[in-house]
Design a protein around this ligand. Sequence first.
Ligand code: FE
Ligand code: CA
Length: 567
Amino acid sequence: MQEKWGIGNFGQPIDLPIFLFIYLSAMESPSKLRQPHLLISSEKIDRRTFLQKSALSLSGVSLLGSLPFSSQAEDLNDYPFTLGVASGEPLPDGIVLWTRLAPKPLEGGGLKDQEIEVYWEIASDPEFSDIVQHGTELATKDFAHSVHVEVAGLSPSSYYYYRFKTGEVVSQTGKTKTAPALGSDLAELKFAIASCQNYSAGLYTAYDHMVKEDLDVVFFLGDYIYEKASGANALRKHLPDKEIRSLEDYRIRYAQYKSDPSLMAAHAAFPWIVVPDDHEVKNNWGGDGPPYDDNASFLQRRSVAFQAYYEHMPLRKTSIPEGIAMRVYRKFSFGNLAEFSMLDTRQFRTDFACSGNWEENCAARFDPGRTMLGEVQENWLTENLSQSACTWNILGQQVRMAQVGRKMDGTIKYAADSWDGYAATRNRLMSSIKDNQVKNLVVLTGDSHKNWVNELRLNPDDPQSEVIGTEFMGTSISSAGDGKEFSDIGLELMEINPDIKFYNEQRGYVVLVAKPDELRADFKVMPFVTLPDAPIHTIASFIIANGIAGLSPSNRDTATTVAQALV
Ligand code: FE
Ligand code: CA
């Protein structure tokens, strides 16, 4: 059941993930699904009840019959798939399948030291009547009983369904999709960017809307967890309710976030490509330390934070941390249409310019000896871009690339944590894109908890300077709470920085559709996230035409109109 990767097939709605179906059968009422703690509360799902009910609801489907039983059922007295399933790293012939066995996710997982065999299978249909591959993976305590299956030998541009089993228990079903064949013609790629999901600040309603989109892939651009204790006004209390530092702490925090049914559903619905930002370790960290030193053993903390990140993400084994290092910069191609260079702007950067906050135009910003990407990654990126044969050359990364000055204390200041603090690296990148005639540069960014559209100039201080590309910055899923449509700050920023074409402070995500002739970005926002069931709407759309850097001229007028209407 292979479907070609093209326009004609995108009208097909994504089914409600089958795992919801299973859960709804196993639980008493659908409303309980909205309660994040249900799955891990004391009313744990009795395994036999779960099996009876799920088998009942799936009667007629040879669910369990196709799965071999392992001898380790006695180790799993509670439902182990409390954190759902996920897929990621789509290649034309492969995908990563993820799950973690955690019958007691908020108590460290609930498993002892034993190794547990996890059976997996991947099929071309949701009923698993056409299983294309299967196998077993060992879940060990070293990786918190997570499994990362690297499936190869699949067909390009194809939907697949997958699930896991251990003991007698079967996981939810996830749906995923492989990338198109390398270099092949592709009529359309539809994807979303998301970032910044502070669990204590708001609900994950955005994902309830996202699962209804017909996306090929989701990019998560950082701040998957937040490391702090919950604030006094926390909507949902962080666990453990303190700043996390140990591996055990980070594991519990990930488990808490991933126990959210809306987030689980979004992972089960699409393949994800993820990169971390600062809060997966510590606020505003960079290189070997945070900008302010409150912890002598920062590198030890960074290594356990990386470890927990890998354990909970559908990453390839090439991203397994080695000590304090983790490889997350990598490239993805979708036919001849789009190439994504996923960047790591944290691990290899030199220490902050000036004092590390909003600063005046200090000389260190332009010091060519300071770096945002490190030499190896910068060379890798430059090579990717100069050799790309794809129409759209896209960077997926963490912090704002566009220069943004802000009037503070009577002077213009720049954020040292963003690319403004590493202007020399940005200048080198922009020059190399121009010199190598890289087509259609689009930068996708998270971090700021706001929606922005920024045009990137060769020299951001010269309005006559050439536009090199466009940056779409996506707002947060929940961080910073409800947000607002209108902001005086937005007006002020756009006055000082005319290359900002759009600014908004509501929560949501951005859907992008790349086609051979144009790329469109729809900014989707919600009026609130501190109460359930917020509706979502597209507040603004922007178009880039193939071959014209920056917003298309007609769209630029529209953009300005939209921006003016907002302010
Ligand atoms: Fe954030
Ligand atoms: Ca951040």
